[in-house]
Design a protein around this ligand. Sequence first.
Ligand code: ZN
Length: 289
Amino acid sequence: MLTLRRLLIISLFILSWCTAQARVQPTHGFDLFSSQEEVQAGQQAAAQVSQQLPLLPDDDPTTKYVQRLGQRLAEHAPGEKWPYNFHVVNQKEINAFALPGGVIFVNLGTIQAADNESQLAGVLAHEISHVVQRHGTRAASKQMAAQLPLALLGGMMGNSTLSRAAQLGISFGVGSYFLKNSRQAESEADLLGTDIMYDSGFDPHQMAVFFAKLQEQSGKQSAVAQFLSDHPDPGNRAGAVSQEVATLPTKKYQKDSSEFLAVKKQVGGLQPMTADQIAAWQKDRKSVV
Ligand code: ZN
């Protein structure tokens, strides 16, 4: 009896090990930022973003829902446990971006454009994956090393990478070059995002469906241009997602939650600000200050 139980435990262990092995592992690369500096850089940028973009309040029902959805997905993110935080920007254009260390912003227009909950979960899972891969600080580190030899970087005034980055004019705020992802970064975020969605019970194919929809509409609508410029198509997104899903056991995915349907209904009638309106709003705020 004991042997049988032991056998069962060993089988379960092997099974869970195999399942873990099937997941995409985060890649590592040259990064001058420590984890603590990464979080700090993200928080500094988040404070700027909240001044520069019209955010929905944290207690808004839509924000609260996005926070819950985001946290649920983040629980399945591999690698370091970053302090994830989610915000909704009252902006019409479809976009989402992630700051280093886990602060993620999604435009209201993205929620309006999502046909189902898995598509919205796909956008968030994709952004979480950029955080896991530390794409922002890795790109910034490359730039810092290109601007100055490492020996000089080490000798610059200030002790932290953050102050060195600031001296070189590197930041992660709105429109930062380091939040525009390369095609390689996109592929990595798609694959990690696929696993995160799968593990959270969402249909990963819907992430690729949403990206394809944006690609299709990009010719007709300028509202999607920003998203595709920040998250360029690495090519054959749908194929890559399907290939990754094929490595995982078949699973029944969840249907739209009643919470999602309620949020969709609520945001359907809203008219978020356009990029032009936000630019005028920013100008007004500056003149008041
Ligand atoms: Zn991306």
